[in-house]
Design a protein around this ligand. Structure first.
Ligand code: FMN
Length: 233
């Protein structure tokens, strides 16, 4: 799946999609939740500035992204189109009406809109709105096999991971990623077995129910790496 931030005009978009098709990508994805780059307080606190951000251009195209670009891609190319960053049922419906093939429910790992809802919270209403007219992908805090199982039960066709692969890469590069995937698979198999089913198809909504978190978030939840003593309410 090739992912693009639209940072150029129509010709730029067409060139990118054309090249993705030529190189055999199975889907093309626009990330649509980054009209603004968020205020990343952890980076600010650590005085970290990514070099590529200093060189980044085309922000006005990213802010001005419209359904017109979706239509352009759908009209000119056959490749399945994915919109990543869908966070409401309303936007999911609009995407389907514009011919989008995959709705990718994501809050960008909580890195974009402060106080946005969690993907798993939004997922059920998106599934209701889409009514099987598009495939559904979800990401955000998928860190254990049980998280994968929960997402599938709630109706996702595909589950994505972000930070998990960063941590695995940092721990042991390619071998680390392979091991991480093995662990996820092992956890999924054990979870299904302990639930008393043999595969995803045997699961239904009766296998999940809402629960309150046992550990409440605090104002410093996002800063575990800064040695700040967490303030408890
Ligand atoms: C270091 C980092 C870089 C990311 N870069 C992108 C990106 O270029 N495009 C994008 O659509 N999402 C990007 N994301 C968001 C991820 O695709 C994904 O939505 C998010 O990390 C999922 O949450 P998780 O980290 O809890 O699994 C990035 C996330 C991280 C942690």
């Amino acid at each position: 799946m090739y992912q693009l931030y639209v940072r150029g005009d129509d010709a730029f978009v067409e060139d990118c999609v054309g090249r993705a098709v030529k190189h055999g990508y199975s889907a093309f994805r626009l990330t649509v939740d980054t009209a603004h780059y968020s205020r990343r307080e952890r980076d600010i606190a650590k005085r970290y500035v990514r070099e590529s951000r200093l060189r980044a251009t085309g922000g006005e195209f990213q802010k001005g992204l419209e359904w017109r670009t979706v239509k352009l891609i759908k009209d000119k190319f056959k490749i399945p189109l994915v919109l990543k960053g869908i966070a409401t049922a309303e936007d999911a419906s609009l995407a389907v009406e514009h011919g989008v093939d995959w709705i990718y429910v994501s809050n960008h790992g909580g890195r974009q809109l402060d106080h946005g809802r969690g993907s798993m919270q939004v997922l059920p209403e998106v599934i209701d709105a889409v009514k099987g007219r598009a495939k559904i992908m979800v990401d955000g805090s998928i860190y254990r096999g049980t998280d994968v199982v929960k997402a599938i039960i709630l109706g996702a066709d595909l589950v994505g991971i972000g930070r998990l692969q960063c941590w695995a890469l940092a721990a042991k590069q390619e071998t680390g990623v392979l091991r991480m995937l093995e662990l996820l698979e092992d956890e999924v198999i054990r979870c299904l077995g302990l639930l008393g089913v043999r595969n995803f198809a045997e699961l239904d909504q009766s296998y999940v129910h809402p629960a309150s978190p046992t550990d409440l978030p605090t104002v410093f939840s996002a800063f575990p790496l800064l040695d700040i003593e967490p303030y408890r309410y």
